[in-house]
Structures are given as C-alpha cells and as structure tokens.
Ligand binder design. Structure first.
Ligand SMILES: O=C(O)CCC(=O)C(=O)O
Ligand SMILES: [Fe+2]
Length: 387
C-alpha cells in the first residue's frame, strides 16, 4: 500500500503559537498561489466610487487567496523613501555602543534599537540575523500629529498605555539625520495606510468610511531593519511567522535582490523580491480575526543569502489603542456569536507573549500568555519581535 504521509514539514509561528505545514508535491499538491499579485493602487485616489470599488475587489481577492499583494503606484514620494533608507543605512553603520543608547529593553513599549540575534523565531537557528530600530505613534512627539481631543482623552484615561519613542541624543551626524528622515516617511505611511483602510472596507462590502472612527490616531509601529548576508546554512534573517497587527506595508530596498518569502498552502516558499516603487502589503492576525478568517494572515520569513546587506522598513498598522472593533458584519456567519476585539488588550497580550526580555531587565524562563482562553506556554527566546 502506498504511504501517503508527507515526509517533510515547514515549521513556523502563527497567531503567536508554533505550527507546521506538510510540504505537498505532485498529486498531493493543492491549488494555491505561486506568485504575489501586483495591484495598481492609483484608483484608490480616484474621484469615482466605481473605480475605487474595482481596485477594492482586486485587493479583497488577494487578501482572501494569498494574504499578500504588491501595492503599485501607492503615491508615497520616492524622495521620502530614499531619504529614509539613506538615514537608516547610515544609522545602522554606527558603532554598537552608539546604537545601544536607545536599547529596546529599556522601553516598556519596545521602541528603540534591537541588536543582532536578540530575537529567535525559529528555535533551530542561532537567532534572527537582523538588527532593528523601532518607532511608532507617540502623542508627545509633535510629528506624530495626535489630534488634541485624542491626546487629552488618552492622557486622562490611559496614561500607562502611552508609548514613547526613544530618539538618539548623542550628537553624531547619523543620529541627527535619523528623526526627520524616519518621521517624514512615517507620516506619509500613516496617510497611505488610512486610505488603504477605506479600500479594505469596500473590499469587505462595507461603507468606505466603516473603519475611519477607529483610526483617528492609529497604533502604528515602524521597524527599520538591517539584515547582514547570512553566514551559515541554518541562519535566517527573520524566522517563519505571521504579523500580529491589522496589516503591514513593507518597503524593501532594491540594493538587495531578494529576501522576503511567503508560504503557500503546499508548504512552498514563494519569493517576494523587491520591486521598484512598490510596497508589499500583507494581512496580520488582528485583521484575520476581525474578518472571521476571510482575510488571511499568511506565514512569511526573510532569508538573505545574497552576499549583500539587506534593508527593509515594515510599517505595521492597527486601529486606535482604545478602540473596540466588532467582527466585520459581512464576514459573520448567521447565528454565530462573535466577541468584539479590544485593540489595547489584544496587543498587550501579543506583545507579552512575543518578548523574551522585559523592560525591567528580567528574563523569565517561560513567557505565559492567555490566548483565546487557552493558556499557552512558550519558551522564551522562541517568539519574537513581530508587530
Ligand atoms: O524585512 C522584511 O521584508 C519583512 C520583515 C517582517 O516580516 C517583519 O518584520 O515582520
Ligand atoms: Fe512579518
């Protein structure tokens, strides 16, 4: 009798938990994607609702079938993007002790510098071969453009939840160039992401402004990343994972020919190389939950065996910290009950599960996290830094 058991599996972390997928080939292979679709986004800025709906239909199809697409003609200025990459590359080239002024472990909300190998998504590796610098929404930074009423509300109601960025203060030229360049890019990304949120609403057959009220001061994390070329066969830039935010927009520097890979249903890694003047957009776990699984949060990883240094800037978007988001009506099954998602509580739980080292300096043996009512125990260095 023929043995149909697949021999090989791909291992990953999805939704904060370890998982695996069999590699299916030949007659066992299922229909699945083999490339990442490219979508011309320029119609999202069109005056015509019909045009906006057409592009939303393409976005909806990609989110349902792949969970990833390239956003072409996104409208974010090339000059701003190149300025951000230049500043980030110069900043990473500084000595470690200069970068460690903003050590991520001294910040409650994990903003700042994360050294090489300090996270480990794949336990079979020596750690993720990348270093990172993270910023996000900070109502005290004027560049963050926090509306006055929101600022007053969050300062009164949630003072302990207010995230603060860590900007370098040592007056090196690279330190001084970082903030204006990175914030210039961040601001344009917030605007594009808000426009995209309206496209997602249309893609889900909801009114275009459906999500507007929960994105007045969205929770955004932007992580500048540097991946040296891998030295060992077992190295990985960032191990296989899903993102936990609503959606991610990744800008990849074209200086490195490849790196990002997306896992299809047959356990095959599909390349998502840099394509000039595009972002790679992917659905995160939060959006997958909010759409009751209609939109897919797809596993991906970064492998850099090119011999070149790789740089990328993922921008992770989520609704306001104090928002509550009901499961989108058009995605619900009749008669089934759905709990609304509390943005603040959701992220607190995911960040707690994902971080091995707490800002108070302790490194617990195990990190415990409540997930969907089940207590999961995860070995500390296993799950990491994915926003
Ligand atoms: O560097 C990239 O292209 C993607 C990084 C990524 O997947 C992440 O930071 O979650
Ligand atoms: Fe990711």
């Amino acid at each position: 009798m023929e043995n149909n058991c697949p021999k090989e599996y791909v291992h990953y972390h999805a939704g904060g938990r370890p998982g695996s997928r069999p590699i299916l080939t030949g007659k066992d292979a299922k229909p699945t994607f083999e490339e990442i679709p490219k979508i011309d986004m320029s119609p999202i800025f069109s005056e015509s609702l019909e045009e906006r709906k057409k592009v939303a239909a393409q976005v909806g199809k990609a989110c349902k079938e792949v969970g990833f697409f390239y956003a072409v003609n996104h409208g974010v200025s090339e000059e701003t993007i190149q300025g951000a990459f230049r500043a980030v590359e110069n900043w990473f080239s500084q000595p470690e002790e200069v970068k460690l002024e903003t050590n991520i472990n001294q910040n409650k909300h994990f903003r700042g510098y994360e050294p090489l190998l300090s996270t480990q998504l794949d336990p079979n590796t020596r750690g993720d071969l990348k270093e990172a610098y993270m910023i996000g929404e900070d109502p005290y930074d004027p560049e963050s453009r926090c509306p006055d009423d929101v600022k007053e509300k969050i300062m009164k109601k949630h003072p302990d939840l207010i995230p603060r960025n860590q900007w370098p203060k040592i007056p090196t030229p690279a330190n001084q160039a970082l903030r204006p360049a990175v914030y210039g890019y961040y601001k344009e990304m917030v605007d594009f992401a808000r426009a995209l949120l309206r496209t997602f609403a249309l893609a889900l057959d909801m009114p275009e402004n459906h999500f507007d009220s929960i994105a007045t001061f969205p929770k955004c994390n932007m992580r500048s990343l540097h991946y040296p070329s891998q030295e060992f066969a077992t190295d990985v830039g960032i191990g296989a994972h899903t993102d936990y935010s609503c959606f991610t927009l990744v800008c990849q520097s074209t200086s490195c020919p490849s790196g990002l890979q997306v896992l299809n249903a047959n356990g095959i890694w599909v390349n998502a190389p840099p394509v000039e003047r595009t972002f790679v957009c992917n659905v995160g776990d939060f959006f997958q939950e909010a759409t009751a699984g209609r939109f897919l949060s797809t596993v991906h990883r970064v492998v850099n065996k090119t011999g070149s240094e790789r740089y990328s800037i993922p921008f992770f978007f989520a609704p306001n910290m104090d928002a509550e988001m009901a499961v989108v009506e058009s995605c619900r099954e009749p008669g089934k009950e759905y709990q609304p998602l509390q943005v603040g509580a959701y992220f607190k739980k995911r960040i707690a599960a994902a971080r091995s080292k707490h800002p108070d300096g302790t490194t617990p043996e195990k990190t415990r996290a409540e997930d969907d009512g089940k207590l999961i125990l995860e070995t500390v260095k296993q799950v990491a830094a994915v926003a």
